[in-house]
Ligand binder design. Structure first.
Ligand code: ZN
Length: 424
């Protein structure tokens, strides 16, 4: 389409990206919103992905994930960008673009104010781009200017932040905070706020990951892939269900006592209560004002996952994997306690084993596949833009950094909708 140096693929309209799965392409887009997900790993290093929501004259909303820190910081909502050499990928039914090593970006129109105040000719005057790119730029500028009343719903302090959720109808109590207010709290306290779930980040530190595998830490993508069957193994480990501390070391064996906290801070007798738990993870929640990373430990995770405990998920997962009969693949193998036990024996001591009681607990739920239910729940929770906001309660501990629980989730609930559907 164009022969500019350094281009490895055609400039394509967003509506046609599904014809280019796996290809490297160029995109010329308007940026609706930019959301970084960043996390400092305990071993050093930082995982960063910036999700940007973009649009053009052929498709109003499209997702691009940027894996380069510098690129993430260059993107400003309201800009028109040329994304060079990005790869089109497909997760489940969703098509999106992501950067590769040789991706780059050029800002063509900045700031947003000029996009509204200037004419097309004036805006493209200084653009040093090829003919095809220039034609596309004109189309995108005209589209934004035409659609600006629909796009620009926010006041003057920031540009467009389209809602990606439905607003609750009832009037909220006054103790509800905006995420920007929670982030600005200077004293430790509890905070209650409504927010939408954007991403679950699971820091994988117990096994080696190469760079291409870093994506496995972003759970939303994995829930869209049918092939990924290892979520339960990554999410669940041996640990204390009271304080949520994993009691396995990085390589999977039980921690030596000097590596873990000897006393349980949440137990009256200071002893850890060992069982299978959800590993601590970060839940990224968003509202219109900000995004906030919440640390979620086992107890809160159980609430988030519909009161399904980790051991139930895991025993069904193991049973399912051991089943050779595809007709039974979706059902637990309660009559195969060996499978359950063996799955656990690989990674826990006999002490831990004794406390598991998996067998007994599952007798009540013979044909319920908690693994499958859990996977469906995860998938539903992570459907960005399709869920109403949830009401969170979190502790704010200003003496900690984000990765260690500055904001830690206590509970979550569906805000009570006092609508008048049935009032006649
Ligand atoms: Zn404990």
């Amino acid at each position: 389409m164009t022969s500019a140096i350094g281009w490895y693929g055609p400039l394509v309209d967003l509506c046609k990206t599904d014809h280019h799965i796996g290809d490297i392409v160029q995109l010329l887009v308007f940026v609706h919103r930019s959301t970084p997900v960043q996390y400092k790993l305990s071993k050093g290093g930082e995982v960063i992905r910036t999700d940007i929501q973009v649009g053009d004259d052929t498709l109003p909303f499209f997702s691009v994930s940027l894996w380069k820190k510098q690129m993430g910081t260059m993107v400003v909502a309201g800009d028109i960008l040329l994304l060079q050499n990005v790869k089109i990928t497909k997760f489940g039914h969703a098509v999106e673009a992501r950067t590769v090593e040789w991706s780059s970006l050029v800002s063509l129109v900045h700031p947003y104010g000029s996009l509204l105040s200037k004419g097309v000719d004036e805006l493209i005057e200084e653009s040093q781009v090829g003919k095809t790119t220039l034609e596309k730029l004109c189309k995108v500028i005209k589209w934004v200017q035409r659609a600006r009343s629909a796009l620009n719903t926010i006041g003057s302090h920031s540009f467009v932040k389209p809602r990606n959720w439905k607003l609750p109808k009832q009037s909220e109590s006054q103790n509800l905070l905006l995420l920007s207010e929670v982030l600005g709290l200077s004293n430790s306290c509890n905070a209650i706020f409504n927010a939408s779930i954007g991403e679950i980040f699971l820091p994988i530190t117990w096994r080696a990951l190469d760079d291409s595998d870093k994506e496995k830490m972003f759970v939303s993508r994995r829930t869209m892939e049918d092939k990924d069957n290892s979520l339960a193994e990554d999410f669940i480990c041996i640990g204390c269900h009271l304080c949520g501390s994993p009691l396995v070391s990085e390589n999977g064996s039980i921690c030596k006592q000097n590596n873990i906290s000897l006393y349980c801070p949440k137990s009256p007798n200071h002893l850890h209560a060992v069982t299978l738990i959800y590993r601590p993870f970060m839940l990224y929640v968003w509202d219109e004002s900000e995004y906030l990373p919440l640390l979620v430990r086992n107890k809160a995770a159980v609430v988030l996952f519909g009161n399904i405990r980790a051991e139930r998920v895991y025993s069904c997962f193991r049973g399912q994997n051991r089943s050779h009969n595809s007709n039974q693949a979706y059902f637990c193998r309660e009559n195969n306690p060996e499978a359950v036990e063996k799955g656990l024996v690989g990674s826990c001591s006999s002490d831990a084993d004794k406390s598991l009681e998996v067998k007994e607990k599952n007798h009540h739920n013979k044909n319920t596949n908690f693994h499958l239910i859990w996977l469906v729940l995860l998938k539903i929770l992570l459907q960005q833009g399709k869920n109403s906001p949830l009401k969170f309660e979190a502790t704010v501990n200003t003496s900690l950094d984000t990765e260690h629980g500055k904001f830690e989730m206590l509970s979550v609930s569906v805000p009570c909708a006092r609508n008048k559907l049935f009032s006649g």
